[in-house]
Design a protein around this ligand. Structure first.
Ligand code: SF4
Length: 81
């Protein structure tokens, strides 16, 4: 279970195989994986490896990928525009 980080992906993005593939590609610590029919899956056991690099935020539309810090000030990283 993730203690420090949670990642939320809009279901429309998760179902878009092209975007799903891009997310898998950009994340340096394998938080994303392709599941059945190329649907995006978040790999829970890797969540705490997140480096907060924000590369995933750049891939999809603003607001559709959120990286939530579950510690400290519990900031949510999200692309705004
Ligand atoms: S912020 Fe970086 S390390 Fe964290 S999920 Fe996004 S791409 Fe992966």
């Amino acid at each position: 279970m993730a203690l420090f980080i949670d990642v939320e992906v809009d279901p429309k993005v998760a179902a878009d195989s092209e975007l799903a593939r891009k997310l898998v590609e950009v994340c340096p610590v394998n938080i994303f994986a392709l599941g059945k029919q190329d649907k995006l899956e978040v790999v829970e056991k890797n969540l705490d490896e997140c480096t907060l690099c924000e590369l995933c935020l750049a891939v999809a539309a603003p607001g559709s990928v959120k990286v939530k810090k579950l510690y400290g000030e519990r900031e949510v990283l999200v692309r705004r525009e």
